[in-house]
Write a protein that binds this ligand. Structure first.
Ligand code: G3P
Length: 229
């Protein structure tokens, strides 16, 4: 499963990319609005942090197909071929997707709450589809199950489209989908850091350091013990 960061906060992205195996960064207009900064500059900065190979997801804001296509061209031109245009899965969005496909611009169907929304985006040639797991949960349905259903639809119909599951509020939701073998998940920095934030882990690592220090001397590492052999 690929793992992406669902945020546009430059410092948080730097912090996570520095440490963890990250495949890309996803944004949406609300995420960009939270930064309070020039969106073009923020997106270019994110591109420079993740490099040319990292996948960057940037959403079109137009509500009509013509505008979405024009935005798609502008996004791909400014941010490079590993940038995917996020197109909402609404009627005008599907019309835009068909045109973007003809032009060879990569895109992801977003704002997905139902499996058939995802099916239609995949049939239009989307590289990815993004179901909103937690938002579906908040509507009283099962976001993980909806995402599994989409995975099954894509797999069983042999569609060349991956999942980028989005909108997570806890690591259990991500775990449930990782176990199911979905293509990719995008989660907030706090969720990614939560995968390893555990007092038991910290205590175990501290105990190892303390035991080795008692055997040798404070600050001694494996480099030191082999240096004088
Ligand atoms: O990128 C879109 C999706 O991740 C929305 O997440 O947390 O606003 O439900 P959230």
């Amino acid at each position: 499963m690929k793992l992406c960061i669902d945020d546009a906060d430059i410092e948080k992205i730097r912090r996570i990319v520095d440490v963890y195996p990250i495949d890309g960064v996803s944004t949406n207009p609300s995420i960009l609005a939270k930064t309070g900064q020039n969106p073009a500059e923020v997106l270019k900065e994110i591109r420079s942090i993740i490099g040319a190979e990292g996948e960057l997801f940037v959403q079109a804001v137009s509500l009509d197909a013509k505008g979405m296509v024009e935005e798609g061209r502008a996004i791909a031109k400014a941010l490079g071929p590993t940038t995917l245009v996020k197109i909402p899965c609404i009627p005008q969005g599907y019309k835009a997707m068909k045109q973007l496909k003809k032009e060879g611009i990569r895109f992801i169907g977003t704002a997905i709450y139902t499996p058939m929304q995802a099916y239609l985006a995949a049939a239009c040639g989307a590289d990815y589809v993004a179901p909103y797991v937690n938002r579906i949960d908040n509507m009283g349905f099962d976001g993980v199950q909806v995402t599994k259903d989409i995975h099954d639809i894509l797999t069983k119909n042999k569609m060349d489209c991956q999942l980028l599951a989005a909108s997570f509020k806890n690591s259990q939701q991500v775990l449930d989908l990782a176990k199911y073998g979905i293509g990719a998940a995008t989660a907030a920095p706090e969720i990614i850091e939560g995968f390893v934030k555990n007092p038991a882990v910290d205590a175990a690592v501290a105990q190892f350091a303390s035991d080795f220090e008692a055997l040798t001397s404070p600050g001694t590492t494996m480099v030191d013990i082999f240096q004088n052999q």
